[in-house]
Design a protein around this ligand. Structure first.
Ligand SMILES: Nc1ncnc2c1ncn2[C@@H]1O[C@H](COP(=O)(O)OP(=O)(O)OP(=O)(O)O)[C@@H](O)[C@H]1O
Length: 356
């Protein structure tokens, strides 16, 4: 007769590849049911975006077959509970992800939009803050130009309600400014406006809150990093030397002692040009491999290459980010970036728990 103990003992042989501990020690096994030869249980992953889902499921099946019985009929249910950063004061927001770049125009907003949607596609609850005070482009990318969010009263306080589009809750500094009027932001004024998007909004429960920062290094970066415990920063760069030089400065800022934000990794955007009529051709017009080299220099994960393709810019301009297109290799490239970011956060959170 198979017992729950047998199942747990077998699953002690399955290691979570990123967290380097077995699934039982990590409390990832729940709801074990046994009926004769039928065994079922749930594996609780640390993110729905887990790229190792299939691998872990197979390892569980093999462990039951090997350590209990090859005759057992195994049902593995996969679910997830996103782990949280320690000391997170915004109790309903589990992980804040900053998306930054050394230079402007490298595709930071494009990556932010597709990253938020990629995380949401895998089943996570996701919010997106557009904190790019110099050129908020998220309203255009989400087809939300001219949108004015509602306000609600929550426990006697007025709160802004983020606008929900494609399953992601969005707030942009652009919802509160006139697109035709320049706003001469003073440093503290800009930081306070961005902080309001965090504190004075009714976000509800979020697994991930992606923040599209202004380009470069400035007040907003410092204020946010020092006010909220940020899960980490995703750095977007293009492969040219001029972009890479500024990228190093951007990364350097997050690594300063007073800021100390973990690097979740580097995304190289506009890695090569592929014409629509010859999609298999790759032209490395800005040089090759710069993003990967920078990631290696800072000992950070390389999260992927995104080509320069007309449809990415068209999708952004038309308010439907490219990741929404099914069976498009570009969508897959962005989903892979989202999975790797979620994976890095899980690793980071597991490390923090150990250190507490
Ligand atoms: N991989 C790509 N292929 C084609 N066009 C792209 C790609 N990435 C970004 N773009 C286009 O380049 C322009 C700039 O991109 P985006 O607004 O994302 O950059 P940014 O770094 O956020 O800029 P800013 O400095 O203004 O904040 C947009 O028109 C966008 O659609």
């Amino acid at each position: 007769m198979i017992t729950k103990e047998d199942v747990l003992n077998a699953l002690r042989h399955v290691e979570e590849p990123d967290l380097k501990k077995d699934l039982v020690t990590l409390n990832m096994i729940e709801d074990i049911k046994i009926d004769g030869e039928n065994v079922s249980f749930t594996v609780v992953l640390t993110t729905p975006a887990c790229p190792l889902k299939g691998l872990i499921e197979n390892a569980c099946r093999n462990a039951i077959a090997h350590f209990i019985s090859a005759e057992a009929v195994v049902e593995v249910k996969m679910t997830s509970r996103v782990t949280t950063q320690k000391n997170q004061p915004l109790t309903n927001i589990q992980n804040i992800i900053l998306v930054a770049s050394g230079k402007g125009g490298v595709g930071k907003s494009t990556v932010s939009a597709n990253l938020a949607l990629g995380l949401s596609k895998t089943g996570a609850k996701v919010g997106l803050i557009d904190a790019d005070i110099y050129g908020p482009s998220i309203p255009i990318m989400f087809g939300l130009e001219g949108t004015k969010p509602f306000a609600v009263e929550v426990e006697g306080k007025t709160k802004i309600v983020p606008v929900e589009k494609y399953g992601v809750k969005v707030l942009s500094i652009g919802f509160f400014t006139d697109p035709d009027q320049p706003v001469p932001w003073r440093g503290p004024m800009a930081s306070n406006a961005v902080k309001q998007l965090f504190n004075d909004a009714e976000w509800g429960e979020l697994d991930y809150l992606v923040v599209d920062l202004p380009p470069g290094t400035g007040d907003i970066h410092i204020t946010l990093s020092q006010t909220y415990p940020v899960a980490g920063a995703v750095i977007v760069t293009t492969p040219q030397n001029v972009a890479l030089a500024d990228t190093k400065k951007g990364i350097g800022m997050f690594m300063m002692n007073s800021i100390n934000v973990p690097l979740l990794g580097v995304v190289e955007n506009m890695s090569y040009f592929s014409p629509a009529e010859l999609p298999q051709n790759k032209y490395y017009i800005f040089g090759k491999g710069g993003g990967r080299t920078i990631a290696e220099q800072f000992n950070a994960p390389f999260l992927g290459e995104i080509p320069l393709v007309q449809s990415i810019s068209e999708a952004g301009d038309s308010g439907e980010p490219v990741i929404l297109q099914e069976n498009n290799p570009l969508s897959e490239a962005f989903i892979s970036v989202a999975e790797k970011v979620a994976q890095q956060i899980s690793i980071q959170n597991a490390r923090e728990v150990k250190e507490v």
